[in-house]
Design a protein around this ligand. Structure first.
Ligand code: SF4
Ligand code: SF4
Ligand code: SF4
Length: 276
């Protein structure tokens, strides 16, 4: 009897779920692109902390960018945008790109295995051991953030340094940034700080400064990693108006259900007509 109950206990214990950790205040990033100097310390710190492989030293031909894009191996990507307006002096826009940790993340909704979760600090986190490599999240993300690692087949992206946050440390990229272009902290504080910076820039004549993703729009949720930009989002390779994929799919579902109903109706009419 004792052996039976021990065996049963062992079988059932595996199905027990640990209680989730209690929710803490939401954290995120505010990235002020106007003070980024393109040093790539953030990229390197991310790779070093997360033990991600180097991208190689390919010459992309795109200014000083040798990373190219965010990927399963590059969770930070510093973009270099060289502008030469007609008659005016040239300028360089630089922006350290990362997962936006969307408040309502399409990657999270598309994942069929529950591998993508919101952790206790409200960050979007992929559990690679639960990911089955279906790549639904890759297609769902409107910012092109996630890809699959070719070696393990799993999807990977920025974890917002979940491991460091749990131990009370600032994410590696924010810690390494020498100009405070990447600022980490509680979201309310970050939004306030970002708004004051926009106002300060307007006061200094930089009237094009604005926040991208700090609040929700009609077609997309707010981003917990938001940006201060001084040109159109598309100039930085961001969608001007991000759209949640569900908004496209709603019409598809309505069309599919309506055509199904019409088909049933036609079959019913044909059936009744044949019986007469
Ligand atoms: S940016 Fe993409 S990968 Fe990051 S949370 Fe949003 S949908 Fe997911
Ligand atoms: S938060 Fe951590 S994982 Fe995310 S980009 Fe920064 S260093 Fe990399
Ligand atoms: S570390 Fe800071 S200043 Fe350097 S590239 Fe990254 S965001 Fe820009």
């Amino acid at each position: 009897m004792a052996v039976r109950s021990t065996l049963l206990d062992r079988l059932v214990r595996g199905l027990d779920k640990a209680s989730p950790p209690p929710a803490k205040g939401e954290t995120g990033f505010y990235t002020d692109t106007t003070v980024c100097i393109g040093c790539k310390a953030c990229e390197v710190a991310c790779k070093q902390w997360n033990q991600l492989p180097a991208d190689g030293l390919e010459w992309t031909g795109n200014s000083h960018d040798n990373t190219g894009a965010l990927s399963a191996e590059s969770w930070r990507h510093v973009k270099f945008i060289e502008q030469f307006p007609d008659g005016g002096p040239g300028r360089w826009l630089m922006m350290s790109d990362v997962c936006k940790h969307c408040v309502n993340a399409p990657c999270h909704e598309a994942c069929p295995t529950g591998a993508i979760v919101y952790n206790e600090t409200g960050n979007v986190y992929i559990q690679p051991d639960i990911c089955n490599g279906c790549a639904y999240c890759v297609a769902a993300c409107p910012f092109g953030v996630i890809t699959r690692n070719l070696l393990d087949g799993h999807a990977h992206k920025c974890t917002l340094c979940y491991d460091r946050q749990r131990d009370g440390f600032v994410p590696a990229c924010a810690k390494a940034c020498p100009t405070a272009s990447i600022q980490f902290g509680p979201l309310d504080e970050l939004r306030e700080r970002a708004q004051s910076r926009v106002e300060a820039l307007h006061g200094r004549g930089v009237t094009s400064a604005y926040l991208y993703g700090a609040s929700e729009t009609e077609t997309y949720s707010a981003l917990n990693s938001f940006y201060l930009l001084i040109d159109k989002p598309s100039v930085y390779g961001l969608p001007d108006t991000p759209v949640h994929p569900w908004l496209h799919m709603k019409g598809d579902y309505i069309r599919a259900v309506s055509s199904g109903l019409v088909a049933v109706l036609i079959a019913l009419i044909a059936f009744l007509a044949l019986r007469v």
